[in-house]
Design a protein around this ligand. Structure first.
Ligand code: AMP
Ligand code: MG
Length: 422
């Protein structure tokens, strides 16, 4: 009975509760070179090894000077020059300026930099243009303005992307301590599935979920472990489950609906599973299963509570993608030790009204294309036409899912709506 199923919000809160618990059981740590640290999670705080900037730095090409002297518009003598990479010079003699380049250390005694474009240079003398004034500190970033030596700049649990790599490099870290990635076993079930390389016989399809989910696992901070496709029979499922027991998280695709060959739940039960929910009031993805298995030996992450999570994602590719993003990604992020906020929702303006929907009671996640860019405007989102949750081509034309709340039958053009980014 769908009314007995949790709503999206209830299921998400339940999963978030488990994610918080998992985040507390810290994963093992390894050291990786900075060049392979992208997508990993910091296992220790990142600290500044010296002040940032390490010296008072000019942000312009021009003339280091005293703001009061320059603003009097008298010609000032050119006393010297410093370019980027040279040691700080000075002190700056009274009544003079010092030629300086962007990124160069400002000589002691100077308190502003006159931009080259604002200077009148003649006969070895430099004068600020009469239309200009200079304030103390202008075009200079003071030493330590961004960080002081020893400051904690990033905390453990920060996901490492390009900006964090830049910071680590600036602070002299050629390698970083990161959490070991949680291993997520991907078990695609279905008698109809053949590998990508095979020519499907009549009635067969290629297993597209396994490579999709592997990509999603990696993006969520996990190490994907794609197992061979599992046939729709008890023996194959039991064997696959036993093999996958080493992983830190188990992700099944297919076999969780109410059909005669939907045998994943019974197999999980035989392995001692405890189910947190077996269905959520969402579309697509309603048959989603979430629970825990008793731990035997996790490969990488120690789960001290003695249980490991599993998800049974419905096999339709759009259902698999939506349920992974909504529920499996936060659990993986927690297992990876990351406190990055997932899933990523945003607001956008709907460009065209949605069709009336006659079946309320399910939060819907519809493939949509969002364009970003117009200054001062919300992103604009439009539905992608699709033929249901098996429509991989439609999903591939989308970059987000439009969220239609449970009780909403239609969303009007111009409405501010929620989107789930993928
Ligand atoms: P199921 O959830 O097993 O009932 O499958 C629902 C639909 O998704 C069926 O049309 C399946 O053929 C399809 N499907 C299941 N697994 C996959 C997969 N790994 N790749 C692509 N399609 C799949
Ligand atoms: Mg199936």
């Amino acid at each position: 009975m769908s009314s007995a199923l949790p709503s999206y919000e209830e299921a998400a809160a339940l999963v978030a509760g488990h994610a918080i618990r998992l985040l507390r059981s810290r994963p093992a740590i390894e050291r990786v070179s900075l060049s392979s640290a992208a997508g990993r999670v910091l296992a220790e705080p990142l600290c500044a090894d010296r002040d940032q900037p390490p010296f008072a730095r000019s942000t312009r090409d021009g003339f280091a000077c005293r703001a009061a002297e320059a603003s009097a518009h008298t010609p000032l003598r050119l006393a010297g020059a410093t370019h980027a990479g040279q040691a700080p010079a000075g002190p700056l003699p009274k009544g003079s300026v010092w030629e300086i380049m962007t990124g160069a250390p400002v000589p002691t005694g100077a308190n502003a930099v006159m931009m080259l474009e604002h200077a009148d240079v003649a006969g070895g003398k430099v004068r600020l243009l009469p239309s200009r004034k200079l304030k103390k500190g202008e075009n200079i970033v003071a030493q330590g303005a961004q960080a002081h030596a020893g400051d904690e700049l990033l905390s453990a649990g920060t996901a490492i992307h390009s900006a964090q790599i830049a910071l680590a490099a600036a602070c002299g870290h050629a390698s970083l301590k990161v959490f070991v990635r949680p291993c997520a076993a991907i078990l695609a079930t279905g008698d109809e599935l053949v590998p990508i390389e095979s020519e499907p016989a009549p009635g067969q399809i290629r297993n597209s979920n396994a490579p999709m989910l592997a990509t999603m696992v990696a993006a969520a901070g996990g190490e994907p472990w794609v197992l061979p496709t599992v046939a729709d029979n008890e023996a194959a499922l039991d064997q696959a489950l036993a093999q996958a027991a080493e992983a830190d998280l188990l992700i099944f695709s297919g076999g969780v609906s109410a059909g005669k060959f939907d045998l994943v739940e019974p197999a999980l039960l035989r392995a001692g599973a405890r189910f947190h929910f077996t269905g959520v009031r969402i579309q697509p993805g309603k048959p989603l299963v979430f629970g825990e298995l008793p731990v035997r030996n996790a490969r990488t992450v120690q789960n001290k509570k003695g249980a490991k999570c599993f998800f049974g994602l419905p096999g339709n590719p759009v259902s698999s993608a939506v349920t992974f993003l909504l529920f499996a990604a936060p659990v993986l992020a927690a297992l990876a030790g990351s406190h990055e906020s997932v899933p990523r929702f945003a607001l956008a303006r709907l460009s065209k009204a949605t069709d009336k929907h006659s079946k309320p009671g399910l939060t819907r996640f519809l493939p949509a294309a969002c364009t970003f860019g117009a200054a001062g405007e919300l992103p604009e989102v439009a539905l992608v036409s699709w033929q249901g949750s098996g429509d991989i081509a439609a999903m591939a034309r989308s970059n987000c899912f439009l969220v239609v709340p449970e009780e909403t039958s239609t969303l009007e053009a111009g409405a501010i709506v929620r989107i789930l980014l993928h």
